[in-house]
Design a protein around this ligand. Structure first.
Ligand code: BEZ
Ligand code: FE
Length: 270
């Protein structure tokens, strides 16, 4: 004799007993009611609905469902729903362009080309634990767009893994890498369906200059966040609404070099 769980799991590969599936299923009637009301109120026609379905298919085919979630403001809400651990650095959405498995380099690293366009920048900081001490050997997985507003995977002129690295902190928990000052960019630059939607809706599809981080260390909760550049004129206009005050850092000039410091505190597990 099989249990209910095995029967439902065998039938369609979904474990209906899991809490996540139950919560998602319980939300379905509300999603349906909201969409039905909208379609009724707007008196959406056959032709318009076909275009909506075509648009969603295009977004999926272009691999932009994550970007759509971001620009609809949903990723930031999901991130805000996470329990914040006291003393840990503020998290922020991952965005759609992380590539796992970037080259791993010891600090200090260089993550850009010799002839990378843009102003050189040294980024550094300390990775610490909420329990107090530094986290030697912690890893900062960093990625950001080039001066032309494109990430390496969107731009045939950039070598693979350009402006993407996993930088391992030293024995004192300090990390450092050399790059260029990131630039603000239009996310529709690659002319995908999400950028097209925003343009049609008259919204400026801008992201202020930022670096993405995923920071990991043994026995600590991984942290996904973004670092923004103080003074960027687009800080109040982020299309995904991800700018948070504690994540804004200054670019300072010392010894003729531009430097940005961003310390990270990870929450100890357990
Ligand atoms: C980004 O963080 O790079 C990004 C976020 C949303 C849409 C496109 C790009
Ligand atoms: Fe980004």
């Amino acid at each position: 004799m099989t249990s209910d769980t095995e029967v439902s799991g065998d039938r369609d590969g979904i474990d209906r007993a899991s809490e996540t599936v139950n919560r998602l299923a319980s939300g379905l009637p509300r999603v349906m009611a909201a969409l039905q009301q909208l379609v009724r109120e707007l008196r959406v026609s056959d032709d318009e609905w076909r275009r909506v379905i075509g648009f969603v298919s295009d977004v999926a085919a272009a691999g932009e469902l994550g970007a759509l979630s971001d620009v609809l403001g949903l990723s930031v809400i999901v991130d805000d729903n996470r329990p914040h651990r006291a003393g840990a650095t503020q998290s922020d959405p991952e965005g759609p362009f992380h590539r796992p498995g970037a080259p791993l380099e010891d600090s200090p690293a260089r993550i850009c080309r010799d002839d990378e366009p843009g102003d050189r920048l040294i980024v550094s900081g300390r990775v610490r634990s909420t329990s107090g001490g530094p986290l030697p050997g912690s890893v900062v997985d960093v990625w950001h767009a080039a001066a032309n507003g494109r990430y390496e995977h969107q731009d045939p002129d950039q070598p693979e893994w350009n402006l993407r690295r996993r930088v391992r902190a030293d024995a004192t928990g300090r990390y450092e890498f050399e790059t260029v000052v990131p630039a603000a960019y239009h996310i529709g630059a690659a002319d995908g369906p999400v950028g097209t939607l925003l343009r049609c809706a008259g919204r400026t599809p801008v992201r202020p200059a930022h670096l993405h981080y995923i920071v990991t260390a043994d026995d600590h909760e991984p942290l996904t966040t973004q670092v923004f550049i103080a003074g960027d004129p687009w800080l109040d206009a982020d299309i995904i609404g991800a700018v948070k005050e504690p994540l804004i850092a200054d670019v300072m000039k010392t010894d003729g070099k531009r430097r940005l410091t961003f310390d990270v505190t990870l929450a100890r597990l357990g």
